[in-house]
Structures are given as C-alpha cells and as structure tokens.
Design a protein around this ligand. Sequence first.
Ligand code: S3P
Length: 186
Amino acid sequence: MSAQPPTDAGLVLFGMRGSGKSSVARSLSALTGRASADTDDLIERATGRTVSDIFARDGEPRFRDLERSAVADAAAHPGWIVSVGGGAVLHTDNRRLLKTVGPCVWLHAAPEFLWDRIRTDAASPGRRPALTALQGLDELRELLHVREPVYRDFADFTVDTAGRSVDDVAMIVLQAWQSWPRSAPA
Ligand code: S3P
C-alpha cells in the first residue's frame, strides 16, 4: 500500500557517514512511490568512478565541485527524496538548494553507532575515503564535533537512528514529512 505524503514537497536526508541515509531513502521510496536520488550515486554514475578514486586522484575540492552539481541535479526534480553525502550541507550553495526541495531531515547517531555501521558496510572502501589525518572512530568524533552545529541549524527535523531499523526510521521520517509544511504559530 502506498503512503503518499500529503504534500508535493520532496524530502532531504542528511547526516554523517553511516547514519543510513541512502537505505532510509530507498525504504521511503518503496513506501511512497516517490523517486529517490543519492548524490554519491549521481557522482559515480556521471564520472564512472568511485568517490574514493575521485578523492585519491583529483582531491577533495574536485569531489565537492561534483557534489554541488549532483545536489543541483537532484534538487531540480520536484518531489524527489534526496540523500546527500555527509559533507554536502557544509556548503552554502548546497544548503540553499536543498531547502527548496522540502523538509531537511538530519539522521542523527552517536559516533560509536556510526562507526559500527561504517566498518561493517561493504560500500565503505569505495565511498568513504579519509577526510582528516585521524582514523576510524577518532575521525568520526572530530567530524561530528565540527559539523554538528551546522547540522543542527540546518535541520527541520532530527531523527535519532541509534537502535532503530531502517524501516522504523523511514516511518518516523514519513510522519515528519506528512506534517510538512508545519503550520505557522498562531
Ligand atoms: C563524505 C561522506 C560520503 C561521501 C564522501 C564524503 C563526508 O557520503 O560523500 O566520502 O564528507 O562525510 P556518506 O555520508 O553517504 O557516507
């Protein structure tokens, strides 16, 4: 049965690596029949290369340029569910575009939960190159420390994903989406 959100708005899923954005996007797409797009998928399809290869051979600035194009591409499709890489919303242009899509939902979890998912995810080597001189859990803690204020400020809704299945998170996000746009305070 389709659970169509009562709005034409699309939806944005953002948050750290390992927060389950692309899996939740797929689950929501199956629930609602809405198309979904993941910016890392768009980049890999457009270039025929993995995210890690782009970082290794061309550097992070080139990846961020490609990411900006992927965000613009996804945002140009009204009603889509858009999941973005963990660094995408650090860039002003991306934040501005993503706000035109619909409610922006932060999938939140503590670094320990994220690290558990990342180290067992077969996609990690191709998708998740080192971003700092730190490694593993230390890198995640550092990134989250820097990014959290931006994430918090950008989020229309925050969903804690720790200990929840992908489908449970998708249902919670769907309820938030269905309440959008929030009614103005009286
Ligand atoms: C990044 C997260 C990755 C990918 C790239 C950079 C980041 O996506 O875009 O490795 O800056 O946090 P996921 O968040 O989907 O792992």
